[in-house]
Design a protein around this ligand. Structure first.
Ligand code: GDP
Ligand code: MG
Length: 693
C-alpha cells in the first residue's frame, strides 16, 4: 500500500515538472548525433522489464512541433518522466528520440521524438524524415500533437510534418496492409467554441488533400488514405488557463491507452508490427541503421533478419543447458561405459532444449522459425546420435564379450554333462541349443540398450546397429562353432585311437599273415564309428554347408589315419622290430609246440631246428616294412591323394605307408642275424654244459 502510494506520488511529481528528469527510466534511444544507444537491450530487459512480454506490449510515438507540450502530454498519459521545457527558460531541449515505458502495469513503450520543427528547413527536415520513418516502422500509434490554432493552417509546419509521415508510410508499407497505423491527433489548448468534430473534419480534409497531392509509387494510384491509417481525434483544455479541466481531460484520454475494455481503446491487433519484445532492441537498432544509412527499409526482410538473428541467439542459449546436462555422461560413455538412463537423459535434455527454443522462437517470422528449428533439431540430434552410437559401440563390444564368455562356459558345462553321459550329447546340450540360448539373452539385452536410446522423432534410428550386432554374433557363432567342431574332431579322433590302438598293439605284438587284415578291420570299424558320431555332432552344431561337412569328415579321416600310422610306427621302431623278430625266433626255437621250454639233447638236430625258426622270424620283417591297406573297405584303393576324396585334398597318404625303408630293413636283418647267432651259440653252449654234468 505504502509502495503503491509512493509510486503514485512519484508519478505525479514527474508529471508536474522537469525536476525529476535526471532520474527515472528514460533512455535517449537516438542521440543528437543520430547515434543509436547501446543500452536499449539492457533497458528493455532490466529497467523496463519488457523483454519477456512476447507480443503483449505496445509502442507509441509522438510527433509534433517543438514545445507544443508533447512531453508534458506523454508524462500525463503514461507516467513517464520525459524532459519538459522549463516555463521560465524557453530553450530547445536536446534533439533525439527518447524512450521510456509506461508506468505500473502498462506494458507500453513510448518514444518521445524531440527536435522536430518544420519551421527550420534543411538539417532538421532530414532528422524529421528519419524519425518519422523509424517511428512508423515500430510504433502502432502515432500521436500527432498540435495547438488548436494550428488546425486549418494548411501551409503551416504541421502539414509539412504530416506530409512527411504519409510519404514515408507509403515508402515503408507500399502495397501491403500489415502496417496499419493509428494517427491519434491531440489538439491542445482547445479554447474556442468550435466543437471537436469540426476541428476533426478540417484535419481530415487537410489529410485528404495532402494524400491526393502525394507522389505515389507506381501501382498505388488507387491507394486510399484509409488503407493505411485510422484517424482519431481528441482535444485538451488549456493547461494554464484551465489547469483542473486539463488534468481531468488528460485522465480521460489516458484511459484510451490503458483500458482494454474501452470502446476507444487504441491498441488494436491490426496495428501490431509483429516484433516480439525480446527482439525489439535488435530490431529497432537495425531499422535505425538502415534509416540513417539511407538504405531501403524493407520491413518483412527486416523481420526475417531479426528472426534469423534471434532464433540463432535463442538456439545458442538453449544449447548451453542441453550440453551441460549431457556433459557429465559424455566422458563416461567415451570411456566405454554403458551409462544407465542415457536415453532418458538425452530425451529429457532434447525436450527441454526444444521447449525453450519453441517458447521464444515461435513468435518470430514463421518461415525463418521453421527453418531454424529444423537446423536446431539437427544440431541436437547430431550430438545425441554420436553419443548414442558411442554407447551402442560399447554395448556391442560388451555383447561380444558376454556372448563369447557365456557361450564358452555353457559349452563347457554341456561338454561336462555329455562326458557324464558317456560322450553322447543330448539335444538340450547341443551346440545350437546352448549357444542359441546365450545369443537370445545377449541379443535381448542389446536390443533393450538400443531401444532405450531411440528418440521418437529424431532424424536417425539405431536400426542398423541391430544388424551390426546380428552380424557380429553370426561371426562369433561361426568362430565358436569352428572351435566346437575342432573339439569334436579331437574327441572323436581320441576315441578312435583308443580302440584302434588296442587292435594295433595286439596285432603287431604277435605279427602274422592275417595281421594287416585285422588292423584294417579295426581301422574301418573305428573310422565308421567316428564318422557316425561326427554326423551327429555336425547336426547338433548346425553345420549345414555340405562342403564344410565334407571338409570336417576329411579332417577326421586324416586324423584317425595319422594316429593309426603313428601307433604303427611306434610298433616298428628298431627296438620293437628286433624284439618281435627275436620273440618269434625264441618262440619257435626255445619252446616246443606245447609251449614248454626245450631241453636240447645231443640227438636233436639243433641246426635244422634253428634254421627253421630263424627263417620263420625273418619272414616277418617284410610284413612289417609296409602298411597293407588292401583289406580295408573304407580306405581308397589305391590310397593315393584325392582318391575318393576320403582325405583332404593335397594330403599324400601313400607316403605314410612305408614303415621301414629298404636300407633300414637290411640293417635290421643284419642285426637280427647277429642276435640269432648269439642265441644259437648260447643254446649250443647250454647243451654242452648239460652233457658235462
Ligand atoms: P515539447 O517540446 O513539445 O515536448 O513541449 P513540453 O512538454 O516540453 O512543453 C513545452 C512548454 O509548454 C512547457 O513550458 C509546458 O509547461 C507548456 N505546456 C505543456 N502543455 C501545455 C498545454 O497544454 N498548454 C500550454 N499552453 N502550455 C503547455
Ligand atoms: Mg519534449
Amino acid at each position: 500500500m505504502a509502495a503503491a502510494n509512493q509510486r503514485a506520488s512519484g508519478m505525479r511529481g514527474a508529471a508536474n515538472g522537469a525536476k525529476a528528469s535526471s532520474s527515472g527510466t528514460r533512455l535517449q534511444v537516438v542521440d543528437d548525433e543520430q547515434r543509436f544507444s547501446d543500452e536499449l537491450p539492457e533497458y528493455m530487459e532490466h529497467r523496463w522489464g519488457l523483454a519477456d512480454a512476447g507480443f503483449d506490449y505496445n509502442v507509441v510515438a509522438v510527433f509534433g512541433s517543438q514545445s507544443t507540450g508533447k512531453s508534458t502530454l506523454l508524462n500525463r498519459l503514461f507516467g513517464t518522466k520525459f524532459d519538459v521545457m522549463d516555463e521560465g527558460n524557453r530553450q530547445q531541449t536536446t534533439r533525439g528520440i527518447w524512450g521510456d515505458r509506461g508506468s505500473d502495469a502498462m506494458p507500453v513503450l513510448i518514444l518521445d521524438v524531440e527536435g522536430t520543427d518544420g519551421r527550420e528547413r534543411g538539417e532538421n527536415q532530414d532528422f524529421e524524415r528519419k524519425s518519422a520513418l523509424f517511428s512508423l516502422a515500430i510504433a502502432e500509434v502515432l500521436i500527432v500533437n498540435m495547438w488548436e490554432t494550428m488546425v486549418g493552417l494548411y501551409n503551416g509546419a504541421n502539414m509539412g510534418l504530416l506530409k512527411t509521415v504519409m510519404e514515408v508510410n507509403l515508402q515503408l508499407f507500399g502495397g501491403r496492409r500489415e502496417g496499419r497505423t493509428l494517427l491519434h491527433f491531440v489538439i491542445r489548448d482547445h479554447v474556442s467554441p468550435t466543437p471537436l468534430e469540426s476541428l476533426a473534419a478540417t484535419l481530415r480534409k487537410d489529410m485528404d488533400r495532402i494524400w491526393a497531392g502525394l507522389s505515389r509509387p507506381a501501382g498505388l494510384d488507387d491507394a486510399q488514405l484509409g488503407d493505411y491509417f485510422d484517424l482519431k481525434f481528441s482535444s485538451l483544455p488549456h493547461k494554464l488557463l484551465q489547469p483542473e479541466r486539463f488534468e481531468q481531460a488528460a485522465l480521460v484520454l489516458r484511459r484510451q491507452f490503458t483500458d482494454h475494455g474501452s470502446r476507444d481503446y487504441v491498441f488494436r491487433a491490426g496495428y501490431k508490427r509483429g516484433v516480439p519484445a525480446d527482439g525489439f532492441a535488435h530490431y529497432a537498432r537495425a531499422v535505425w541503421e538502415k534509416v540513417v544509412s539511407n538504405k531501403d527499409l524493407d520491413l518483412p526482410t527486416q523481420q526475417e533478419l531479426l528472426a534469423q538473428y534471434r532464433c540463432d541467439e535463442i538456439a545458442a542459449a538453449a544449447l548451453g543447458p542441453f550440453r551441460e546436462a549431457l556433459e557429465p555422461l559424455r566422458p563416461r560413455v567415451g570411456a566405454g561405459e554403458i551409462v544407465d538412463g542415457l536415453g532418458k537423459a538425452a530425451r529429457g535434455a532434447r525436450a527441454q532444449a526444444l521447449g525453450s527454443f519453441d517458447e521464444q522462437a515461435a513468435r518470430y517470422h514463421a518461415g525463418v522459425y521453421e527453418r531454424k528449428r529444423a537446423a536446431f533439431v539437427q544440431t541436437l540430434d547430431g550430438e545425441l546420435h554420436s553419443l548414442a552410437l558411442n554407447q551402442v559401440k560399447n554395448a556391442l563390444s560388451w555383447a561380444g564379450e558376454r556372448f563369447a564368455g557365456e557361450s564358452h562356459k555353457a559349452l563347457e558345462a554341456a561338454a561336462a554333462a555329455a562326458g557324464a553321459e558317456g560322450g553322447e550329447v543330448a539335444a538340450e546340450h547341443s551346440f545350437s541349443a546352448v549357444v542359441g540360448g546365450v545369443r537370445q539373452r545377449v541379443a535381448a539385452w542389446f536390443g533393450a540398450v538400443v531401444a532405450d536410446l531411440e528418440i521418437e522423432d529424431a532424424a536417425w534410428t539405431l536400426g542398423p546397429e541391430i544388424k551390426h550386432m546380428n552380424a557380429m554374433l553370426d561371426a562369433a557363432t561361426d568362430k565358436l562353432r569352428a572351435a566346437e567342431m575342432d573339439r569334436a574332431l579331437e574327441q572323436l579322433r581320441q576315441g578312435a585311437q583308443d580302440t584302434l590302438g588296442e587292435t594295433i598293439g595286439e596285432q603287431l605284438g604277435s605279427p602274422g599273415a592275417a595281421m594287416w587284415a585285422s588292423v584294417m578291420g579295426g581301422f574301418d570299424a573305428a573310422s565308421a564309428r567316428a564318422d557316425a558320431q561326427l554326423q551327429r555332432r555336425m547336426d547338433l552344431a548346425e553345420v549345414r554347408d555340405a562342403a564344410q561337412r565334407r571338409q570336417l569328415e576329411q579332417r577326421l579321416h586324416r586324423g584317425v589315419w595319422e594316429d593309426a600310422v603313428a601307433a604303427l610306427r611306434e610298433e616298428t621302431t628298431d627296438q620293437m622290430v628286433l624284439l618281435k623278430l627275436r620273440g618269434a625266433l625264441e618262440e619257435r626255437f626255445r619252446y616246443d609246440d606245447a609251449g614248454l621250454p626245450r631241453v636240447w639233447r645231443p640227438s636233436d638236430d639243433i641246426d635244422a631246428q634253428f634254421g627253421q625258426a630263424r627263417a620263420a622270424a625273418q619272414a616277418l620283417l617284410p610284413l612289417l616294412t609296409k602298411i597293407d591297406t588292401s583289406a580295408s573297405r573304407v580306405l581308397p584303393d589305391p590310397i593315393a591323394a584325392g582318391a575318393g576324396s576320403f582325405f583332404p585334398a593335397g594330403f599324400a597318404a601313400e607316403r605314410s605307408l612305408a614303415l621301414i625303408s629298404g636300407s633300414r630293413a637290411r640293417e635290421l636283418a643284419k642285426r637280427f642275424g647277429r642276435e640269432a647267432d648269439a642265441l644259437y651259440l648260447e643254446a649250443k653252449r647250454a647243451m654242452v654244459t648239460t652233457q658235462n654234468h
